[in-house]
Design a binder for this molecule. Structure first.
Ligand code: NAP
Length: 209
């Protein structure tokens, strides 16, 4: 655990992601959940080896972790965990939730796993989806491009475990950021300055300036 916020956490938000790279959309989603659900803390958990992105992750896990740390360090209720980055093999959410539940600080916490609607719509394909939904509340920020039709077609027992938060969306995506960098378009204001500086200084995503 990198940051140390409080000793006992009643309501914990968990923001899992590949974060390749982390951007203001992720931070806004986490902050929205924090405020709307009166959470005590939001724990960011960057994926080490995401099972759903074989061959698609561009940047090394340690560098993505470092960017998450830089992006969250000034917010007292945001913390970062390296459990998935340090783990051998693929990072399955169900294993991560089990590991978090064993941590003394979170043993009695109510868990809220925060995602976008695209991720929530794919939950049925994740490892042990029913187990995941029995261990945590699944919180999803609705996004303009994702139709609620897809969500409404999920099995009822999965759908009714998802809390939908309807908030204005920041139209930023990691995929678009990578495209913009490779095509010399502006990305400077899509993440905190420290993340931008980190990408430039490490020449990530083929940064050429
Ligand atoms: P990501 O691309 O880094 O994004 C992280 C989350 O932020 C996603 O839920 C994404 O929603 C959301 N997001 C991105 N841009 C946003 C914006 N502008 N506004 C609001 N929300 C935004 O992460 P990911 O690769 O999708 O993974 C998400 C989590 O799901 C990870 O913890 C991963 O391990 C987990 N997962 C687990 C399994 C499994 O256990 N088998 C399978 C798949 C995913 P969208 O999805 O809507 O873009």
């Amino acid at each position: 655990m990198i940051n140390n916020f409080k000793n006992f956490i009643k309501k914990l938000g968990i923001m899992g992601g590949t974060f390749d790279p982390i951007h203001l959309g992720h931070l806004f989603a986490a902050d929205t959940a924090y405020h709307n659900l009166q959470l005590d803390e939001v724990l960011f958990v960057p994926s080490g080896n995401p099972p759903h992105k074989s061959g698609h992750v561009v940047v090394d896990a340690e560098l993505r972790l470092e960017m998450v740390y830089l992006a969250t360090k000034d917010v007292p209720y945001f913390t970062v965990s390296d459990i998935e980055v340090k783990k051998e093999g693929k990072s399955y959410t169900v294993d991560t939730l089990r590991a978090i539940k064993k941590m003394p600080k979170y043993v009695a916490s109510q868990l809220f796993f925060i995602t976008g609607l695209d991720a929530a719509c794919g939950i049925a394909t994740w490892r042990e989806p029913e187990q995941i939904l029995s261990m945590c509340n699944f919180v999803s920020i609705t996004r303009a491009h994702t139709s609620l039709k897809k969500f409404n077609s999920l099995p009822k027992k999965l759908r009714e475990k998802v809390i939908l938060l309807k908030e204005p969306e920041l139209e930023i995506s990691s995929t678009d950021i990578k495209y913009r960098i490779q095509n010399h378009k502006s990305v400077r204001f899509m993440f905190p300055t420290e993340v931008f500086d980190f990408i430039v200084s490490h020449r990530l995503y083929d940064w050429k300036g």
